[in-house]
Design a protein around this ligand. Structure first.
Ligand SMILES: Nc1ncnc2c1ncn2[C@@H]1O[C@H](COP(=O)(O)OP(=O)(O)OP(=O)(O)O)[C@@H](O)[C@H]1O
Ligand SMILES: [Mg+2]
Length: 170
C-alpha cells in the first residue's frame, strides 16, 4: 500500500495485532481494494484541484477489524466526498461522475464482495466535521468458516469466487 507512490497523500494502514484469517480469493480481493484506493486517490486529487492553497493534505485510512461475527474492512478518504445525487446508483456499471471514468470500479467491487458472501456500503466519512468532506466504504465479510461448512457453501453456489483450500492472512 505504501508503494502506491503518491507522496502528497498519507496512506494509513490499521491492522489488528493478531493476523486476520479469511477464506478468500486473494487476487479478486486485491482487485477490489485497488479499485477503492484508486477512487479515494482520485477523489483527493479532485479536491486538491478544486481548492486549496491552505495546506490540505490527502489521507486514506485502510482499517481492518474482525470479531466472531464478521471481518470489516473500511477505506476512508478526505477527498471531495460522494456525489449528493445518484448515490444509490454508484454501484451500477457505467455509473460515473468523472470525465475519464468507466464507472466499472465499484460495480466490480460489489460483485467480488458478494461472491465472498459479503456486503459493501458507501457513506460519508465519519470525520466530516474535522476534515470537511470525504467518503467511507465499508466491506463486511463473514468470519472464517470451518472447512466443511465452506465446502457446503461451495456446492450451493456454483458462481462462488474461487477460494483457496487454506485460509490466507488478509
Ligand atoms: N472515494 C470516493 N469519493 C467520492 N466519490 C466516489 C468515491 N468512490 C466512488 N465515487 C463516486 O462513484 C462513482 C463510481 O465509481 P466507480 O469506481 O464505479 O467508477 P469511476 O471511478 O468513475 O470510474 P473507473 O473506476 O472506471 O475509473 C465515481 O464516478 C464517483 O462519483
Ligand atoms: Mg473508480
Amino acid at each position: 500500500m505504501q508503494q502506491v507512490g503518491h507522496s502528497d497523500v498519507d496512506i494509513n494502514l490499521a491492522l489488528p495485532k493478531t493476523p486476520v484469517m479469511a477464506m478468500l480469493d486473494r487476487r479478486l480481493m486485491t482487485q477490489a481494494l485497488t479499485n477503492l484506493v484508486k477512487n479515494a486517490l482520485e477523489s483527493i486529487e479532485a479536491r486538491q484541484q478544486k481548492s486549496e492553497k491552505d495546506g490540505f493534505r490527502g489521507a486514506i485510512d485502510v482499517i481492518l477489524k474482525s470479531n466472531s461475527k464478521r471481518i470489516r474492512l473500511k477505506v476512508i478518504d478526505n477527498g471531495i466526498g460522494l456525489p449528493q445525487e445518484k448515490r444509490s446508483r454508484l454501484f451500477e456499471p457505467y455509473m460515473t461522475t468523472r470525465d475519464k471514468g468507466t464507472g466499472l470500479g465499484l460495480a466490480i467491487v460489489k460483485k467480488i464482495v458478494e461472491e465472498h458472501s459479503g456486503t459493501v456500503l458507501l457513506n460519508d466519512t465519519p470525520y466530516k466535521k474535522k476534515q470537511g468532506s470525504g467518503a467511507m466504504v465499508t466491506i463486511d465479510l463473514p468470519p472464517q468458516e470451518s472447512k466443511s461448512q465452506d465446502a457446503e457453501v461451495g456446492k450451493k453456489k456454483d458462481r462462488q469466487a474461487k477460494k483457496p483450500d487454506q485460509p490466507v492472512a488478509v
